[in-house]
Design a protein around this ligand. Structure first.
Ligand code: XUL
Ligand code: CO
Length: 438
């Protein structure tokens, strides 16, 4: 028995069901184009917010019953949490989970203890994974909660703190590798600054670049075949995070020679906080060849902070899902629910309802996106819009055969007088809306 045992295993019952503890749309074996729905979506539950976040906010304490939380977290508490987490994964019917080291393990004060405690919970995870078939989408080290990281980890002004972070990442990367994790995530929680007045930005970037290079070197040394992912976020907790958005991460990766080694984990609300659309972040990552995985939690349009809400609007997600379908799905990535319950959602059943609603939402978006791609109208609209580039002039320009002067002379001599053409944006938007019927 665990906190989450009172709900019967959640099954697909179709749109007509009256059962709130059933999937209306997410039918893992349903074939969507050439793949099972579960293989398209790879939904993952996150350890951190689902089992480790007590429902605190800056004005008040925890509201969610999580009997395994306390200071310090003993091994017995970590084991109870593990039991409850896997009970939840299995009843919810998801194949993947994600975790931060310190959120899963017993509290440690020294690095030796850290290594031992992580190994203990890793052994528990390995046994649970073998017994249930649940797999690890990614592991990550929490380099932001402990007070030692107040000034950053890899970008800390203190090399001893940097060394602590390196030790934590080595332990967690190795644990992720042994657990068969498909990715390893680095979210630069406090890799940024609160004020430039006391910050040597260039030095911090160099430190961070070296840190990431060490992680990549170690990945190869131990033979980890998963993908290393950076998770962009513009701010919070720091005023400015270096991994501001996908474009900033790509510039950083290029600068430190890591663009072929590291990809991105894109989170919906991090895009919103950066003043960008989620689909923009995906498009940029695809353009640069660094698209990896997704944290699907969203924000609230009227809140300027990271509310981490469960997804609840399928239509909004369709332009992103269209890109995923065009790419034939994830490589090593998946949809991680890095989402928090609302503070008043204190019933253990709320955690189920939140995930069920969220998973049905991405399933709806997937079905609509598959229809959009099958219809082909959007692709034709784009093809038509750029068709000049497949003609002679377009080919001569992109092949590099023409200089600026050569092109200018050609335009003048031929007396070019092109007329603007419609972009048919409203048509494109209604093509998305028309398939949102699931
Ligand atoms: C914080 C956040 C993290 C990362 C992993 O905003 O998204 O949970 O996903 O550290
Ligand atoms: Co996240």
């Amino acid at each position: 028995m665990s906190l989450f045992s009172s709900v019967e295993p959640v099954r697909f019952e179709g749109p007509g069901t009256k059962n709130e503890f059933a999937y209306r749309v997410y039918d893992k074996d349903r074939r969507v184009l050439d793949k099972r729905m579960e293989d398209w979506l790879k939904p993952a539950v996150c350890y951190w917010h689902s089992f480790n976040w007590p429902g605190t906010d800056i004005f008040g304490g925890g509201t969610l019953p999580r009997p395994w939380l306390g200071t310090p977290v003993t091994q017995a508490m970590a084991d109870t949490k593990l039991e409850a987490a896997f009970d939840f994964f299995v009843r919810l019917g998801v194949r993947y989970f994600t975790f931060h080291d310190v959120d899963a393990m017993a509290t440690a004060t020294t690095l030796r203890e850290h290594e031992q405690n992580l190994k203990k919970i890793e052994a528990g995870m390995a046994a649970k994974m073998a017994a249930t078939g649940v797999k690890l989408l990614w592991g990550t080290a929490n380099l932001f909660s402990h007070p030692r990281y107040a000034g950053g980890a890899a970008t800390s002004p203190d090399p001893e703190i940097y060394a602590w972070a390196a030790a934590q990442v080595r332990c967690c990367l190795e644990a992720t590798h042994r657990l068969g994790g498909e990715n390893y995530v680095l979210w630069g929680g406090r890799e940024g600054y609160d004020s430039l007045l006391n910050t040597d930005l260039r030095r911090e970037l160099d430190q961070y670049g070296r840190f990431l290079s060490m992680v990549v070197e170690h990945k190869h040394r131990i033979g980890f075949k998963g993908t290393i992912l950076i998770e962009p976020k513009p701010f919070e907790p720091t005023k400015h995070q270096y991994d501001h958005d996908v474009a900033a991460v790509f510039a950083f990766l290029q600068r430190y020679g890591l663009a072929k080694e590291v990809k991105v984990n894109i989170e919906v609300n991090h895009a919103t906080l950066a003043g960008l659309d989620f689909e923009h972040e995906i498009a940029v990552a695809r353009a640069f060849g660094i698209f990896g995985s997704i944290d699907i939690n969203r924000g609230d349009p009227r809140n300027g902070w990271d509310t981490d809400q469960f997804p609840n609007n399928a239509q909004e997600l369709v332009p992103s899902l269209v890109q995923l379908v065009e790419d034939r799905g994830f490589n090593t990535g998946g949809f991680n629910f890095d989402a928090k319950l609302r503070r008043q959602s204190m019933d253990p059943s709320d955690l189920y309802l939140a995930h069920i609603g969220g998973i049905d939402t991405i399933a709806r978006a997937l079905l609509a996106a598959a229809d959009v791609v099958t219809d082909g109208g959007l692709a034709r609209l784009r093809q038509e819009r750029y068709k000049g580039w497949s003609g002679e002039l377009g080919k001569r320009i992109t092949s590099g055969a023409l200089s600026l002067a050569g092109l200018a002379d050609l335009a003048t001599e031929q007396g070019l007088d092109p007329a603007p053409r419609s972009g048919h944006q409203e048509l494109a938007e209604s093509m998305i809306a028309r398939y949102c019927k699931y």
